[in-house]
Design a protein around this ligand. Structure first.
Ligand SMILES: N[C@@H](CCC(=O)N[C@@H](CS)C(=O)NCC(=O)O)C(=O)O
Length: 230
């Protein structure tokens, strides 16, 4: 049994999709990030960066935080959704690092300025829209001669990159200039496990309830958040 620390956001979906694809037994433990659950001592013991997703694999007595590490761990555990040869595994790792170091953070900042920050910060919004689309262009090139990111097989590289492409439109980005990405997105979106993953705790999605003006726990964080919230 896997304990899955989760809240319904693109970063959370990466792991809910993976667990559904693998058909692993898991129980969902909601981490209500708008209410500050991520700073509770018991969660920090598993996820020291105070972010979900995280998992505890009880059988193996192992906890893992960071979505890229979680997907890699689960792919290794099951021998699925990752190439089995050394070169293929390095290929997968490159794309996991690319996603968590580039596409994810840039999409996250774009989402902040589109959805949560006070109005009128055009410089920041444009900067992150440009960065988000730069990453779409990286994917577009990668997908120009293959079905999926690593080649002809769907893998953890696709699972990790998909959620931030899924929400391109709400992030104010059209996919018109990125036809390969758009076709790839459409194919993945149809997978039943992907639908189940994205629907997990759907009724708890933020949808404008918390923003930078009314929530000082999730937004405008500082080092003090680790001192004062336990
Ligand atoms: N690089 C991390 C990012 C995780 C992340 O940013 N999670 C957000 C939700 S999408 C979170 O837990 N935020 C809580 C907070 O910022 O306090 C990963 O890929 O796992």
């Amino acid at each position: 049994m896997i304990d899955f620390y989760y809240w319904p956001t693109p970063n959370g979906w990466k792991v809910s999709i993976m667990l559904e694809e693998l058909d692993l037994a898991y129980q969902t433990i909601p981490v209500e990030i708008g209410a500050g659950d991520q700073f509770k001592a018991e969660f920090l013991a598993i996820s020291p960066n105070a972010k979900m997703p995280a998992i505890v694999d009880r059988e193996a007595q192992t906890s893992v935080f960071e979505s890229g590490a979680i997907l890699y761990y689960l792919a290794n555990k099951t021998g699925r959704l990752m190439p089995s040869d050394d070169k293929g595994r390095v290929d997968a790792l490159q794309w996991l690092f690319w996603q968590t170091g580039n596409q994810g953070p840039m999409g996250g900042q774009l989402s902040h300025f589109v959805n949560y920050a006070p109005e009128g910060q055009d410089y920041s919004r444009n900067r992150y829209l440009g960065e988000y689309q730069r990453n779409l262009a990286v994917l577009e090139r990668q997908l120009s001669d293959r079905e999926y990111i690593l080649g002809e097989q769907y893998s953890i590289a696709d699972i990790i990159a998909f959620p931030w492409v899924l929400i391109a439109r709400p992030l104010t980005s059209s996919l018109e200039e990125f036809p390969n990405v758009s076709a790839w997105r459409g194919k993945i979106k149809e997978r039943p496990a992907v639908r189940r993953g994205v629907d997990l705790l759907k009724d708890q999605q933020n949808r404008g309830r918390h923003n930078a003006q009314n929530n000082k726990t999730l937004f405008n964080q500082s080092a003090d958040h680790f001192k004062t919230r336990r």
